[in-house]
Write a new protein. Sequence first.
Length: 177
Amino acid sequence: MSTDTPPGTEPDREVLTAMLDEQRAILRWKASGLDREQMTTTVGASSLHLAGIVKHMTRVEQDWFAWVFDGLMPEEPWRSRLYGPDPEVDWEFRSAVDDDPDELLAGYDAACERSRVIVAATPSLDQQAAREMGEWPSPSLRWILAHMIEETARHNGHADLLREAIDGLVGEDPPTP
């Protein structure tokens, strides 16, 4: 966001995309620099791990921006695992334990960049998505951006707890050198 504009007066697109990018950066930071064992560490009775969160958020980026908003068919392996006649529930969480951490992060980065391109190419935040959501009407791009901020921030809370259990790293911002 611009430092020349008082907070709260920036255009909606600038505010929403900057907030979403900040949440994306936090998730990426929480999952960076870890090996496979660390990425699949769980805490307590939960089966949640950072690898699963990153792969899930890759799916969520693709689902909301490419599939729902732009109407594009998901790419493989997502299409056959999640959109076929017999979708695999929580596939991204279960399968992430076998994925290379660097590849997970690269996939997340690519999905986020694809989402940014879709948002930038859309003239109005009021534009409705290409697909309806079950019984709901097609959401606007504005609603999708707000939802993605909420979804990413919620998983960042999980990521924060997991990362603290792995190596004690806490907070929202990377430490400064």
